[in-house]
Unconditional design. Structure first.
Length: 115
């Protein structure tokens, strides 16, 4: 099970930290990622943290603004989002990156960037 939290309403330029608590499996065994789904668009990949924890990757549109991390003791994934823009408005989800390892999607957490 994946439970995302931490979303909300924030002004452009602001920051949010999203959390994703996993249960039933250990995130350290998977390449984990964050995804988002904006109205009228396909769900898109944002960031990956490899199972080793030693490597992260980002989509170009968030590179330098978002940071993915994890806390293995809590079996939790995080996404620090800085310098938020209106185009970042979406429902954010976490999951295994590889489609064949994908778990059931959680409910997501809504992020709205607006003045």
């Amino acid at each position: 099970q994946l439970v995302e939290s931490g979303g909300g309403l924030v002004q452009p330029g602001g920051s949010l930290r999203l959390s994703c608590a996993a249960s039933g499996f250990f995130i350290m065994n998977y390449d984990m990622g964050w995804f988002r789904h904006a109205p009228g668009k396909e769900r898109e990949w944002i960031a990956t943290i490899k199972s080793s924890g030693a490597l992260t990757k980002y989509a170009d549109f968030v590179k330098g603004r978002f940071t993915i991390s994890r806390e293995l003791v809590k079996n939790t994934l995080y996404l620090q989002m800085d310098r938020l823009e209106a185009d970042d408005t979406a429902v954010y989800y976490c999951n295994a990156v590889s489609s064949w390892q994908r778990k059931g999607w959680g409910q997501g957490t809504q992020v709205t960037v607006s003045s």
